[in-house]
Design a binder for this molecule. Structure first.
Ligand code: HAM
Length: 431
């Protein structure tokens, strides 16, 4: 019996992995430019971290977590997102005590959510996320957004849209919450049981219910921006001001509330507007989470802000825009051997090429010369050399540039010594 891959997961095979490497490299480069440092946290955490951090009335916690009991009877959960883990680590490792604040961190890795599989939605997906913890300066909100936009632009996306909103501070949110309760209470019996439960616990979460999305009360629900107090409105204005300075265009969407409970003030999403992109057009989401450090047992410090994006959706968006990702994994030299003695030389020459940082490949199936040459073509090798008795005797081989068939006779040593120069000359001639 064949055992299939679990629903909502996928294998990433050679041909595809090179694209992932290119994106990951681009991400690391961007984080270096912006001075964010990598953090690696475990793939599973105590379940309580997410119920407290993400919020026990969210879809993520109520419906989507992979939770299990380990042999020591502890409830553990495969991480559905990265922010709660990063803040836990910030508290546990007392990063608030570091001299340089805010602490600017990034992470990449698999996240797990039990969701219905569709284009761009997986049960295991790979997130890149960024968190800046320990500053309430609106300019860092703009920096975080700029970083996300930078990654997409460098990857080649053109049709993207930034949508922002403010969820306000605690006072503003309480005012909005009360208005939501007043709005939904009279008709709550029309809503699903989850929404009914959420009414008093967390009415904001009714707004991202997937079941009652079409109910007319949803569109008419009180909007957050109408409840912002002066301080929150001023903060939002400053964020927009810095986005203007950075020349980042945005749309304000008063309906953007995000699906996790830790947010306040700035909330944002980046959407793909590429034709052919699936129903789920959100590429990245993030926002500010003042108070999360305290909620997870840390000291009172200035707040944090971050975002996350999945690489899967980034690749889908690139495909929808017809953008090709440049990959660097190419083969420099394919070494063809004719006969036993030549095979010995091929083994040692391939090894020497590799020691000198020249990518090299050879045949391992004892194939005829013609078949070996075919392999060189299929692998898209830049050059090939054929080693036979003559070459062994003279110590000279023909190095063939496969793009135009031009050959030059060189010693084995010379090929290694001058390879960079030979390769760039061959490319120039072709151009
Ligand atoms: P989120 O909106 O739940 O936020 O997820 C962020 C991004 O992760 C989404 O925009 C999408 O790119 C990707 N994503 C989420 N679920 C899936 C899925 N099932 N399949 C593929 N991709 C998915 C967070 O996770 C927050 N931790 C972001 C954040 C960081 N906020 C502050 N700091």
């Amino acid at each position: 019996m064949i055992i299939n891959i679990p629903r909502g997961t996928k294998d990433i095979l050679p041909g595809e992995t090179e694209k992932w490497h290119a994106i990951e490299e681009l991400i690391r480069d961007t984080c270096r430019l912006f001075q964010y440092k990598e953090i690696r946290t475990p793939i599973f955490e105590h379940t309580e971290l997410f119920t407290r951090g993400v919020g026990d009335t969210t879809d993520i916690v109520q419906k989507e977590m992979y939770t299990f009991t380990d042999r020591g009877d502890r409830s553990l959960t495969l991480r559905p997102e990265g922010t709660a883990s990063v803040v836990r680590s910030y508290v546990e490792n007392k990063l608030f005590g570091l001299p340089n604040q805010p602490v600017k961190l990034y992470y990449m890795g698999p996240m797990f959510r039990y969701e219905r599989q569709q284009a761009g939605r997986f049960r295991q997906f790979f997130q890149f996320g960024v968190e800046a913890i320990g500053s309430n300066d609106p300019s860092i909100d703009a920096e975080i957004i700029a970083l996300a936009m930078n990654v997409y632009k460098k990857a080649g996306l053109k049709k993207i849209k930034l949508v922002i909103n403010s969820l306000g501070d605690t006072e503003s949110r309480i005012a909005h919450r009360n208005a939501l309760i007043d709005h939904f209470s009279p008709a709550i019996s029309q809503f699903c049981s989850d929404c009914q439960n959420r009414l008093l616990k967390n009415p904001l979460r009714i707004l991202d219910c997937k079941v009652d999305r079409e109910n007319e009360l949803m569109a008419k629900a009180p909007k957050l921006p109408d409840f912002l107090n002066a301080e929150s409105a001023a903060y939002f204005k400053k964020v927009k001001h810095y986005l203007d300075i950075l020349n980042i265009k945005y749309e304000v969407d008063p309906n953007l509330v995000r699906g996790l409970d830790y947010y306040n003030h700035t909330a944002f999403e980046i959407m793909s507007e590429g034709k052919g992109f699936g129903a789920i057009s959100t590429l990245a989401g993030g926002g500010r989470y003042n108070g999360l450090v305290e909620d997870l047992g840390g000291p009172e410090v200035p707040g944090g802000i971050g975002f996350a994006m999945s690489i899967e959706r980034l690749l889908l968006a690139l495909e929808a825009e017809g953008e090709i990702i440049e990959t660097t994994d190419s083969l420099d030299v394919y070494v063809v051997a004719m006969g036993e003695a030549a095979k010995d030389k091929a083994v040692s020459f391939v090894s020497l090429l590799r020691q000198n940082n020249i990518t090299a490949e050879m045949d391992f199936l004892d194939r005829k010369v013609k078949a070996q040459m075919k392999s060189a073509d299929r692998l898209n090798a830049k050059f090939s050399v054929v080693i036979g008795d003559n070459e062994l005797e003279s110590g000279i081989v023909s190095l063939k540039y496969l793009a135009n068939g031009k050959q030059q006779d060189l010693t084995f040593e010379k090929i290694i010594e001058d390879f960079t120069e030979i390769a760039s000359r061959a490319m120039e001639e072709l151009a």
